[in-house]
Design a protein around this ligand. Structure first.
Ligand SMILES: *Cc1c(COP(=O)(O)O)cnc(C)c1O
Length: 379
């Protein structure tokens, strides 16, 4: 093959440039304007549950502003899913607080609710105070056991900030991921389900919370004719140009999600009877993943190969793959953080691989990828 197959490349609808042109023609080349408002309305409509949405410069910024509004500050602890991208946990550190890592369960690869409750109890016993927030993640677009997590969170009266950066369109029991917690986070980075080149959004409970989020996102400017500041603010608002890309992308969001699910289905058929290769799929009918990336586990004993060998061989064949996220509790930067681990995410990290699933991946590409993976197993 002469082309390279990527995990998830950005894919434009063709309408993006018209929205950007409109922004230029009307001179709205700033971090507010008609595209920002329209993009937020469309997202709000998409996620439902009477939520409000604020468009921001990144998903990381959304997590940060969520934590600030939950009152997370110096000396606090926040419980985070360990098996995730660093952006789920880093904003906790920005606030001078400590991420406490909780391992995953096998069904969804996301935060283990049983371990979550153990962690809460143990933190209270050890520190004399409750964690300030809980950050579960819907990793690779697979919904976490968010109902159980929310029940435990409610029992201890700790708010949930849901990291749905990879899970735009994923559903648990028919409800969109990102709408279960007090706050939900979306990302529109270049390789996510849709892109605004870079960007994110905070899903918030109501209009007042939307106003407060916008206040913090625009340097916490008080309502005076001069610039008056009583709080520390941030420059986190999405620009009207990026939101123009977002509006174009919203017109193909459903198609993108359908395509990711279609690719997953092709992999599911292909790997059904392949010894040693297990494709991650919805554990039961309550889960409806967007399958942002398809992921496989490679059992070294049964397959005769391993994730790193497959990665290197596929790379040579023009196929991009990537190891699963390295758990935060194994990251040097978080070496001294409290952790509640069973070894699940570490085991997944040591045998898993993300394989291409984006809008540019064709049925023929899937055949080719499967063929190359099979070749690794039989060599
Ligand atoms: C991408 C991502 C983020 C951060 O989003 P950015 O828009 O890149 O800042 C947060 N959490 C997870 C799990 C992600 O994959």
């Amino acid at each position: 093959m002469d082309k390279r197959i990527y995990l998830c490349l950005a894919h434009m609808s063709g309408k993006e440039q018209a929205f950007i042109k409109e922004a230029f023609d009307t001179n709205w080349v700033v971090p507010l304007g008609p595209n920002v408002n329209a993009f937020e309305e469309e997202l709000k409509h998409f996620v439902g549950q009477n939520k409000e949405v604020v468009a921001l410069s990144a998903g990381t910024a959304a997590i940060h502003l969520g934590l600030i509004q939950l009152g997370v500050g110096t000396g606090d602890e926040v419980i985070c899913q360990s098996f995730t991208f660093c952006a789920s946990a880093n904003p906790v550190a920005y606030q001078g607080a400590t991420p406490v890592f909780v391992d995953s369960e096998e069904d969804t690869w996301n935060m283990d609710p049983v371990l979550l409750e153990e962690a809460i109890k143990d933190r209270i016993a050890k520190t004399g105070k409750k964690p300030k927030a809980i950050v579960p993640v819907h990793l690779y677009g697979m919904p976490a056991k968010i109902d159980e997590i929310c029940v435990i969170a409610a029992k201890y009266d700790i708010p949930v900030l849901e990291d749905a950066a990879e899970a735009l369109g994923s559903e648990f029991k028919g409800q969109k991921c990102g709408t279960f917690g007090t706050f939900g986070v979306l990302s529109f980075n270049g390789n996510k389900m849709i892109t605004t080149s870079g960007g994110g959004a905070l899903i918030v409970p109501d209009e007042a919370s939307k106003k407060q989020t916008m206040f913090y996102a625009t340097q916490a400017r008080e309502p005076f004719p001069h610039y008056q500041h009583e709080k520390i603010g941030y420059n986190y608002r999405m620009s009207n140009i990026c939101a123009g890309i977002g509006r174009g992308q919203m017109s193909v969001l459903d198609e993108h999600i359908a395509h990711h699910r279609h690719v997953h289905e092709l992999y599911a058929k292909a790997f059904e009877n392949l010894e040693g290769i297990t494709l991650k799929s919805n554990p039961d009918g309550r889960f409806n993943a967007n399958y942002w990336l398809s992921t496989i586990l490679i059992d070294p004993e049964k397959s005769g190969t391993n994730y790193d060998e497959v990665r290197v061989k596929l790379d040579a064949k023009g196929i991009e793959t990537r190891p699963l996220w390295k758990p935060m509790h194994l990251q040097p930067v978080y070496a001294n953080n409290p952790r509640y681990v069973t070894g699940v995410s570490e085991r997944l990290f040591n045998m898993g691989l993300c394989i291409p699933a984006g809008p540019w991946v064709t049925d023929a590409d899937v055949d080719y990828i499967v063929e190359q993976i099979k070749a690794c197993c039989t060599e």
